[in-house]
Design a protein around this ligand. Structure first.
Ligand SMILES: C[S@@+](CC[C@H](N)C(=O)[O-])C[C@H]1O[C@@H](n2cnc3c(N)ncnc32)[C@H](O)[C@@H]1O
Length: 250
């Protein structure tokens, strides 16, 4: 009898058995959680704050609305969403990793936003009813998910009709000189910085590799359409280093 081929998933440049990816990703975020925010500032020169601000600027959320931040980690987007919807609204911060979520919850409480609900959940199987949210965000999270199509479908499902999904993620630089500098930075400087700041060079090597294996702008657009999202489009940020994809459920 012919052996069934082992199904694999990308873990950076490695192909690992599909069922192992989530555990490997959890290892990365368990290892860097305490220094995650500092490292974000250092490696992006603070630019991640501008990319997130751009995403928040287009949510279209009003006071009293309901929003979900998937793979929300330490809560940067959830904090912004909570400020937009106010006390009459409802925001959920969801992440698969309990350590990241704990840090996010502490930050929310420190900012007087303890009403944000924190839920440990997998983006591929969101534990919310259909049509629950006006806006769903996922910032720098989709790359880490084993089955991205399942995560997109799950996020589409929990949107209300007329609701919007925002996917903020590293993407493909549009100019080749930028790509060359970016490659040198990603594969030489990032692992070094990761080792100095978090003691884990491999976690930041994974970051660089996982970005290269993530679908480019047009491929992600197709995947969003495949998940049933409509009116899909994207904005390149910082020359395509990052892209914000938007799609609606009608
Ligand atoms: C790079 S961090 C992004 C955190 C935050 N959104 C931000 O922009 O700073 C990626 C997050 O995705 C989470 N994650 C990875 N796989 C996930 C999954 N399948 N479902 C939900 N969260 C996941 C990780 O635990 C981690 O907190």
């Amino acid at each position: 009898m012919a052996e069934r081929p082992i199904e694999t998933a990308d873990f950076g440049y490695e192909d690992v058995p599909r069922q192992d990816k989530a555990r490997r990703v959890r290892g990365v975020f368990d290892s860097v959680a305490e220094r995650y925010d500092l490292m974000n500032d250092l490696m992006s020169g603070g630019a991640h704050r501008l990319w997130k601000r751009f995403a928040l600027a287009v949510t279209g959320l009003r006071r009293g609305a309901r929003a979900l931040d998937v793979a929300g980690g330490t809560g940067d987007l959830a904090i912004g969403l909570a400020q937009q919807v106010g006390r009459q609204g409802h925001v959920v911060l969801a992440d698969i990793n309990s350590r990241m979520l704990q840090i996010g919850r502490d930050r929310l409480i420190d900012r007087g936003l303890g009403m944000v609900e924190c839920v440990q959940a997998d983006a591929q199987h969101l534990p919310f009813a259909d049509g629950s949210f006006d806006c769903v965000t996922i910032g720098f999270g989709l790359r880490n998910v084993t089955d991205k199509a399942a995560a997109l479908s799950s996020m589409q499902r929990v949107l209300k009709p007329g609701g919007q999904l925002l996917v903020l993620e590293f993407s493909k630089p549009v100019m080749s000189p930028v790509s060359r500098i970016y490659d040198a930075y990603s594969f030489r400087v990032l692992p070094w910085l990761g080792r100095v700041v978090t003691g884990d060079a491999d976690a930041y090597r994974y970051l660089a590799e996982s970005i290269r294996r993530h679908p480019d702008q047009e491929s992600l657009l197709q995947m969003m359409r495949g998940a049933g999202l409509e009116g899909c489009h994207y904005h390149n940020l910082t020359g395509g280093l990052v892209a914000l994809h938007r799609g609606y459920r009608y």
